[in-house]
Design a protein around this ligand. Structure first.
Ligand code: NAG
Length: 532
């Protein structure tokens, strides 16, 4: 009764054996040390939820056992080996993360159906990720999602061996993190009067007339970060500057060039009103905000945004103009660069590093910044050539707010067309880079912007199975990737998503064949309204 081996992401090396291991209620988990016992407990919790089993966790034992052991190999910390034969299961992690990933693979070897005796197919796996940074982002500014859902999002990340959750916490349409020193961020910036309905139209925009709001308390943020840490997921918070700041300006109008009044955004798109770059109270405000944010997030990286900052206010603002003169800045791009560099200096002084969207290249890159390349891959190439770390998130492969099928009942999306096959075909290292430069590509990330995504069912529909595909891009050696084989495994994998009650998109695997033209992205269909 040997089950089929069907792991996503595909391990670096896997050999199947003839025999199998029978997990029954006498099986024990052998784990010594706190970290291994914690991981054993997570595995046990999973077993209990989905199979009804609960195993004893012991310090020693060698018969009928699942044995965890964590070593200390910092060169390949997330790697592990997993051996299954008729005598037992052994996981050797190179670090706590490695052991945890060994468990994730083991979970995927278990039968999906409930059974009294569960056969685990014999395998010998040696595994480690291709990329160090494997991320998924979530915009909670446009729409807000509760803590319980964020935890489920993190569960699914961990299941797919993602290690980073990029939490986009501030936006024009809502500020979502409690900052105690600035109560109006909670009272004013976290709420909007209403929300635009449908796509943007120039003349006759409709609104829903319903107030909308929400924010996470610092206690809730701590709870999420702890949960993520237990699942070996790092949470990177994003506090946007100097653009996408209309909600904050509404709460504190002195932070803008004109002094307002402002109103928290109710339509999607880019707003002209941004933080004033000539006003020292803006830097003081942002430093105060970061002083409350940093203790909540142990992450080495803090995302400072940097995208889509119109310069029209700065061009007319006496304070911004004075600042440019005083600092010898030749144009508004240089002023943006000044802004980012000043905030980088502050964060570096607190032992943190910044990540910014690729616009931070304009006017000169801050000395230690990591660049997130979203407007295609050019920003990533430029940054790598300047020996800066890069995370690739090009829109045409990594934006999961795009349509994924041309089916008739697709819910309204922002546009674009990025089926799962196209995501799977993505190659994060641009061919333009030399071998040396390629080392600066730390990994990739999918972004989920939620302008059109107002509930968690729709959210999961947009993310899965595309995130399953990107997980394999990020983890599996490039040469081992094969779309048809992936789809075969995906058909098993979705049963695991069913177990977790994930509302994944169900009709998208065979939409198109694998897209092989990595560089140009093959199919590119622009859609700007509901498909019909
Ligand atoms: C961009 C914006 C983002 C928006 C998204 C929609 C970035 C870095 N910036 O216009 O605020 O939600 O695309 O796809 O993506």
């Amino acid at each position: 009764p040997k089950g089929k081996v069907s792991i996503i992401p595909m391990p670096a090396s896997i050999t199947e054996k003839q025999d199998s291991f029978l997990l029954d209620k006498h099986t024990v988990i052998v784990a010594t040390g706190e970290a291994d016992r914690k991981t054993a407990a997570l595995f046990n919790a999973w077993l209990k939820e989905f199979t009804g089993y609960e195993l004893d966790i012991k310090e020693t034992g060698d018969r009928n056992a699942i044995t965890l052991h964590t070593g200390n190999d910092s060169t390949n910390a997330e790697g592990y080996t997993l051996n299954v034969d008729n005598k037992g299961v052994t996981i050797n992690g190179n670090s706590g993360a490695g052991t945890f990933y060994g468990i994730q693979s083991l979970i995927q070897l278990l039968p999906v159906q409930k059974a009294d005796a569960m056969y685990i197919p014999g395998v010998s796996i040696t595994d480690a990720p291709r990329f160090a940074y494997r991320g998924l982002h979530l915009d909670v500014g446009r729409h807000f999602f509760p803590v319980e859902f964020i935890k489920k999002y993190i569960d699914l990340l961990a299941m797919h061996k993602y290690n980073t959750f990029h939490w986009h916490l501030t936006e024009d349409q809502g500020w979502r993190i409690e900052i105690k020193k600035y109560p109006r961020l909670q009272e004013v910036a976290s709420k909007r009067k209403e929300t635009m309905a449908g796509h943007y139209t120039e003349n006759n925009q409709q609104y829903d007339g319903k107030p909308y709001g929400g924010f996470y308390t610092q206690e809730q943020v701590k709870e999420v970060v702890k949960y993520a840490t237990d699942h070996f997921v790092t949470v990177i918070p994003e506090i946007e500057m100097p653009g996408h700041a209309l909600a904050a300006l509404t709460a504190y109008p002195n932070l803008g060039c004109t002094g307002g009044p402002y109103a928290v955004g109710t339509r999607w798109g880019v707003y002209d009103d941004v933080y004033c770059a000539g006003n020292d109270s803006v830097y003081a405000f942002l430093q105060d905000v970061l002083d409350e944010v940093l203790p909540l997030f142990p992450s080495k990286y803090i995302h400072i945004g940097g995208d889509e900052c119109p310069k029209v206010r700065w061009e007319k603002c006496p304070k911004c103009q004075a600042r440019m003169k005083q600092e010898g800045l030749k144009d508004a791009h240089a002023l943006q660069s000044y802004f980012i560099q000043r905030m980088e200096k502050y964060l570096n002084s607190k032992g943190r590093q910044i990540i910014g969207w690729d616009e931070i290249l304009e006017g000169g890159l801050a000395p230690n910044a990591t660049v997130m390349s979203w407007r295609g891959i050019e920003g990533g190439i430029a940054a790598a050539k300047q020996h800066h770390d890069v995370i690739m998130t090009p829109g045409s492969y990594c934006y999961f707010d795009h349509y994924q099928s041309q089916g008739h009942n697709e819910p309204l999306a922002i546009g674009g067309y990025t089926p799962v096959s196209k995501v799977y075909s993505y190659e994060p290292v641009p061919a333009e880079l030399s071998k040396e430069e390629a080392k600066y590509i730390k990994g990739a990330q999918a972004n989920l912007w939620t302008e059109y995504i107002a509930n968690t069912d729709y959210l999961e529909y947009m993310v899965y199975p595309r995130a399953s595909a990107l997980a394999e891009v990020l983890w599996t050696p490039a040469g081992k990737r094969n779309y048809d084989n992936f789809v075969d495994r995906l058909k098993v994998h979705v049963k695991r998503l069913d177990q977790k009650k994930v509302n994944y998109a169900k009709h998208v695997f065979e939409v198109t064949g694998a897209v092989t033209d990595n560089k140009k992205g093959g199919v590119e269909v622009k859609l700007d309204s509901k498909l019909d």
